[in-house]
Design a protein around this ligand. Sequence first.
Ligand code: ZN
Length: 480
Amino acid sequence: MEELIPKIGLEIHLELQTKTKLFCPCKNDPEETEPNRNICEICTGQPGVLPVLNKQAVIYAYSLAKALKMKVNYKSEFARKNYFYPDLPKNYQISQYEYPLGEQGIFYLVRENLEKKVRIRRIHLEEDTGRNLHFGNYSLVDFNRSGVPLIEIVTEPDLRSAEEVEIFAEELVLLIRHLGISSADAEKGQIRFEANVSLAPGESLGTKVEIKNINKIKSLVEAVKYEIGRQKELILKGEKIVQETRGYDENKKITFSQRWKEEAEDYRYFPEPDLPPLIIDEEIEKNALYVETPGEIKMRFKKEYGLDYKFSQILVLEKERVYFFEETLSELRKLLSDPDLSLKLLINFFINDFIGFLEKYGLEIRRENITPHEFAHLLYLYSQNKISSKIVKEALELGIKGEMKVEDVIKEKEMISDAEVLDKIIEEVIKEFPQSVEDYIKGEEKALEFLIGQVMKKTKGRAEPNLTRQIILEKISHAK
Ligand SMILES: [Zn+2]
């Protein structure tokens, strides 16, 4: 039998972090814990009300479509998805069906041993539903979430393993955070996953099983892994895979049949009569956010700076790290004429020290504490032997914590390599310890170290050691 290859597609629901809901002025607040605080007649589906579209949500969705290199439908439409459920008071959800906002996108997965293009079938805007809360023998409904803007992202079945699913989900979350359209915090339900899994030889697709309602990337990966194993076993036994929807039990770590059949026609989609067509106008284009995806950044950094993916993976974990790295490099290259040396210096101190300190103290980069220019200046002084690597690290640590400005650390710690300044200090030391000078002349090597030590003491360790030694020797040879 030919090898069975998994074909996995994902459907992701992402809550957007707009100030207000998608069709009403209610607050969109994922932190609200008191039920039914942020509700009005629109998001609770009272008769006779009219939805008004939140433009910010459109700007966010358009920004994601552009980042995913999608074909944007500049005129799309909203549709009613009809079904009955207690958390959906209108008995329909306003979504997009035939004409989504974006189609045919591409997302690059780039990791140490992976470079892969995943096709994105579509993204569309829709409203979230409320939430049913179950208490023993009765249930209550909380409508705080009802009408919160969602983007649904649907991929083609291009993923081939649970590992690729994990990387896709992680990289997508990074992109969403770089765009700043949502925190994509799974714990708060801001991102939810569904996976469709089939197994077949070569490039062909097998019978598709959908796994619904997964709330964490970890569970998504486990569910997909389990489902691949389950299907493989059945196929090898000669049994048929049933096309069905399955749930995932986080405790037992298994998928289970939910035995309902769902077809698009069941929803009786039709165009939403209460909303005009969704038009992407100049204002939306002007206010959209345009970013590189984490994969694109990694590929560019490899090409431009020769950085390996393991290194740049640490950078893309936060957009500000990427910006800070590139800005510091460009500042340093202005100070040092050697661009390769600049890059080497920055790489040496960026991950272990700069990011190391940030992570040690659980901090984010704060430019009011340290700027790329200050970082570059530190590295420049280091390259000129004006400060030691110990001082670079100390200045970075104090700067990141906001305890001391980098320039003050330098002022305090910068090595004295000004011969005139050192000359005066050494003159004093020689006058204070004539015996040591004589001892050295008699051949006692240790006496020289003693004199250097005294200069260090007077300068609090800031005297440049080689120059200090040289000046002392010159003075002693004159004294002979
Ligand atoms: Zn409302």
